[in-house]
Every structure is written in structure tokens, then in C-alpha cells.
Design a protein around this ligand. Structure first.
Ligand code: TNX
Length: 510
């Protein structure tokens, strides 16, 4: 019997027949009661319809892990630099009449339990023999909650999906030109009315994610990407560039430094993440010295809060990040700015902005070398193939869905096939290899300029996110097995509320 219905596929997994049937769809685990089991049960019921309970005898699974019953999840520290996933390692063996799951930590035990419930077939537990741990300690998704508003309930659904696919970072892009999405108490006018997270919401999200070993890494995107969101907000000075769409902040601007400090302080208070993201991308129009000053000052604010700064790749040009910080590489070679194409894609009124963008993007060619030379641990988010707002080039087996790309997805990117990520890894990306970049992890990104509803979210996310989860966990898995495992997840995605996943012919067949 082969089990192929889990994604990411474990590093090593064999199933020698069936072990026993689950009684009443419940998985009985012998271990000390802990909040880890409660969270694993919540994810398992939502995704697989299997409840996990703690029993004293006659268990299906005997669970041993170092901090059994004592430590609550700390919020997975997706510790990046050079640390592989030791703390997430787990193994499964057949023993007496049940399975023995051993793990180095609650986190590893959580991953192992999800492997077990994922492997249950027709209510029957297979005789599993598994040795598993991830290649990358940071396996993330960046979610743009600005261009489209995501209520708390939708974010928690996405957190469950991440947990099922053993991903451990949800990067929340909380501010952008269109809106500011969280409450900052001293600046009451800033948060978008009715469509922003209250302080309580932030805590709800943090607790939910943390229980599931997902770290929320929150971002304030400054000094660019502030076009409309901060204009006319209680005394925050926004500089108007030489085009109406070009606006940016300067550190010396009235009210700016205090506001940015207050914003990061709120995030530090509500999120346990060791990392806070300062944005720093596409600061169109900002003079270089102002940009440098801003990024350095923001990084200092974050350090002052006892956290580690992380910025988009442009931030490296400010010489503000070092080998104890993190940087996020996103501009893939094939997406380097094509001014002529952009001018054809966007209306004339945007052209002056596009020219400024082209100048800034021209600098991106050097970023990987700067990052490599500075030894900054790097989260790889290459727009090709990790940007999920890219349209897919393969068709859907559901004819009606074929038309979706007429409106969904970023028109500036060339389409690529759903499974192209299976041919990609940071170790095949030339600029990373040539510059000797220290890879700290992998993060997909969902930008939402064209997203209307949650069905659109599902279409863009899946099945690609599952394939990315596999690459981040173990890139040596066999391509055919990975595709089969992804196809077998459809019922899980439906249960979790992602019914509109893309029926890619490459994954589901014609
Ligand atoms: C670039 S990625 C952006 C986003 C857009 C995205 C569209 C990044 C750091 N900035 O603001 O939404 O492209 O794919």
C-alpha cells in the first residue's frame, strides 16, 4: 500500500498495509494533554474530518516528544540562518498495535500528527514508517490584505491551509497605498474604517496562528507604497512626487517618525514574531539619501523593540541590513522591468510613474550581489515562480474556469504553468547561486490587486501553494508523486473552504 495523499510528501515514508480502523472517526493519542493536541485536532477536524483525543489506554498513536504537556507553542520561530528544521523533525514507527510518534518538540509532534491523519484512508490507519524533517526552516506565504480586505475568519482559514501543508510563516502585508489595515491607538484616523484589524483582532490572529505553529510576520510598508493611505491623516506629512501617483515619506517629515514608531510598537506588542518587516520596496520618487535614512531609521526602531528587521530587496541599497537581519528577494530575472511593455499595459496617465519605476528596477540587477556580499540571510520570494498573482498558462479541466484569467491575475506578468515550481529551487536560480546568497527560506506571495472574493483567492493559491510547500519541505520528492499527492488534496481544500482551487490539467488531468 502506498500513501500519496499528503503534501508535502515526507522525506521517507513507507506504509506496509493497514493497522487498524479508527473508531467513530476519532484518532486516539496517548500523551499528556496539551494545547498542541487541541490545535492539531482543530486543524485535523477542519481538513480531514478526524478528531484527535487524548486517551490513557488503547491508543492508536503513542506520542513522545520532549516538551510533552508542558510547553505551549511559542510561535514557531522560523529561525533562518543555517538552521535546518531539526526542531520540526519527527518519526513514526509501528509498535504493538498502534503507531509510535516521536518528535524533538511540540512543533515536530504537530507536524507528525498531521502526517498521520493525512494518511488515514477510508477510516483506516496505515502501518506507517516515516522519517521526516524540512529542508527550509522558513516556509511562508505573504498575504496582501490591503488591495483586498480579508476579514479575520478568512485569514484563519488560510492559516489552517498553511498548517495542513506544514508551512510555518504567514507574512501579513498590512499597509499599502490603498489602505492601512490595523489600528494604531494614538492615530485614530489611520485604519480603514470597518476594513481593518482592531488590536483585539491582531491578538486573535496571533493566538490562532501560534497554536498552529505558524508565525505571523507583520509588515508596515514604508517609505513608498503610501499613496492614498496616509494622506490627510492627523498631521503625517506625505511628500508628493512629481506625479500624482508618486508619494513617499521622509524620516524628517512632520509626524512621520513618531507614527512609524507607534505602528511598529503596536505590532511588537501583538505579535511574538522575532521579525518585523519594514517594506522598503518600490519607493518611487524618493531621493536616494532620503530612502537610505528612512530604511536605516526603521531598522533601528525595530531593533529597539527587540526584534529583527526584514525588508524587501531594495532595502539592501540602504546598507541598513546586516548578517543578523533578513532580506527578501523578489524581483525575478524575467520580470525585470520592461518599460515598453508596461507602457502598453497601463494607461498613459501612469507613464511618468512607469519611467521612475524603470529607473529603480534597473538597480535590482545588483541586489543579489550586494546581499551575497553582506551575507544577509535571504527569504526567497522570486516573482517567478513564487508570485501567485501570476496567471497560469495551463488550462482548467473545468471549462468555465478557463475564462477566469480574463480578469484575474497581474496583467504585467507573463503566464507560467502551474507545475513550473517543480523545476525551480533557490539552488537553480542563477543570481542567487552566483552571488553566494545565504538562503534562509522560501515564501510565496499573493498580491491582491485583481482579487475580488475568496473564490479568487482559492483559484490563485491552489494547487500552486501546495507544490511550493513541497519544494520548501523537500525538493527531492519525485515529480509524479508530488502531482498525485496534490491532486488528492482536492477534498481537503474543499473542506477548508477553498472550493474554487484551479482545476489545472497539469495536476488533475484533462
Ligand atoms: C510588486 S512585491 C509589489 C507589490 C505588488 C506586486 C504585484 C513587492 C515588494 N511589491 O506592491 O502588489 O508587485 O505582483
Amino acid at each position: 500500500m502506498t500513501v500519496t495523499e499528503i503534501i508535502p510528501l515526507p522525506k521517507s515514508m513507507e506504509a506496509s498495509g493497514t493497522l487498524r480502523g479508527l473508531r467513530d472517526g476519532v484518532l486516539r493519542v496517548r500523551t499528556a494533554p496539551s494545547s498542541m493536541i487541541e490545535a492539531a485536532s482543530a486543524v485535523s477536524s477542519a481538513a480531514f474530518g478526524i478528531v484527535i483525543v487524548v486517551v490513557d489506554e488503547d491508543a492508536d498513536v503513542v506520542l513522545r516528544y520532549d516538551d510533552a504537556g508542558t510547553s505551549a507553542p511559542t510561535g514557531a520561530d522560523p529561525r533562518p540562518a543555517d538552521r535546518r528544521g531539526e526542531s520540526e523533525a519527527y518519526r513514526i514507527r509501528v509498535e504493538e498495535d498502534g503507531l509510535l510518534l516521536t518528535a524533538a518538540s511540540g512543533e515536530g509532534a504537530f507536524r507528525g500528527l498531521l502526517t498521520i491523519v493525512g494518511a488515514v484512508t477510508d477510516g483506516t490507519l496505515p502501518a506507517l514508517h516515516v522519517d521526516d524533517h524540512p529542508d527550509h526552516g522558513w516556509r511562508g506565504l505573504s498575504l496582501d490584505v490591503v488591495r483586498r480586505w480579508f476579514p479575520v475568519e478568512e485569514v484563519t482559514r488560510i492559516i489552517d491551509l498553511l498548517a495542513v501543508h506544514k508551512m510555518n510563516v504567514l507574512h501579513l502585508h498590512l499597509t499599502d497605498s490603498q489602505a492601512w489595515r490595523f489600528e494604531v491607538p494614538d492615530h485614530p484616523g489611520v485604519a480603514a474604517p470597518g476594513e481593518s484589524y482592531s488590536l483585539k483582532d491582531l491578538s486573535v490572529l496571533e493566538d490562532y496562528a501560534r497554536a498552529r505553529y505558524v508565525t505571523i510576520v507583520p509588515e508596515i510598508d514604508v517609505p513608498g507604497h503610501v499613496a492614498a493611505s496616509l494622506v490627510e491623516v492627523d498631521g503625517i506629512e506625505v511628500v508628493e512626487g512629481d506625479h500624482p501617483f508618486v508619494r513617499y515619506l521622509t524620516w524628517g517629515g512632520a509626524g512621520v517618525a513618531g507614527f512609524v514608531r507607534d505602528g511598529f510598537a503596536v505590532l511588537a506588542e501583538h505579535f511574538a514574531s522575532p521579525y518585523l518587516h519594514l517594506g522598503g520596496d518600490e519607493a518611487f520618487g524618493a531621493p536616494h539619501d532620503e530612502y537610505v535614512r528612512f530604511v536605516r531609521a526603521s531598522a533601528e526602531v525595530i531593533r529597539g523593540l527587540g526584534r529583527t528587521p526584514l525588508g524587501w530587496q531594495e532595502a539592501v541599497r540602504a546598507d541598513a541590513l546586516g548578517d543578523r537581519d533578513l532580506v527578501q528577494l523578489w524581483i525575478a530575472e524575467r520580470d525585470r522591468f520592461d518599460l515598453d511593455k508596461a507602457k502598453r499595459t497601463f494607461p498613459e496617465e501612469y507613464h511618468p510613474l512607469l519611467t521612475q519605476a524603470a529607473e529603480l528596477f534597473a538597480l535590482s540587477v545588483e541586489d543579489a550581489a550586494l546581499i551575497g556580499a553582506a551575507g544577509i540571510p535571504t527569504i526567497v520570494s522570486s516573482s517567478d515562480p513564487l508570485y501567485l498573482d501570476r496567471r497560469t498558462s495551463d488550462s482548467s479541466r473545468d471549462r468555465a474556469q478557463d475564462d477566469v484569467w480574463a480578469r484575474l491575475g497581474n496583467p504585467g506578468y507573463d503566464a507560467t504553468s502551474t507545475t513550473s515550481v517543480l523545476e525551480w529551487s533557490p539552488s537553480t536560480q542563477e543570481d542567487i547561486v552566483d552571488a553566494g546568497v545565504r538562503v534562509a527560506g522560501i515564501e510565496a506571495a499573493l498580491w491582491c490587486e485583481t482579487v475580488r472574493d475568496f473564490d479568487d483567492v482559492a483559484t490563485l493559491l491552489l494547487p500552486r501553494l501546495a507544490l511550493i510547500a513541497q519544494r520548501a519541505w523537500d525538493e527531492s520528492a519525485d515529480r509524479k508523486d508530488v502531482i498525485a499527492a496534490a491532486a488528492a488534496q482536492a477534498s481537503v481544500w474543499e473542506r477548508l473552504g477553498f472550493e474554487s482551487y484551479y482545476r489545472s490539467v497539469e495536476v488533475f488531468g484533462a
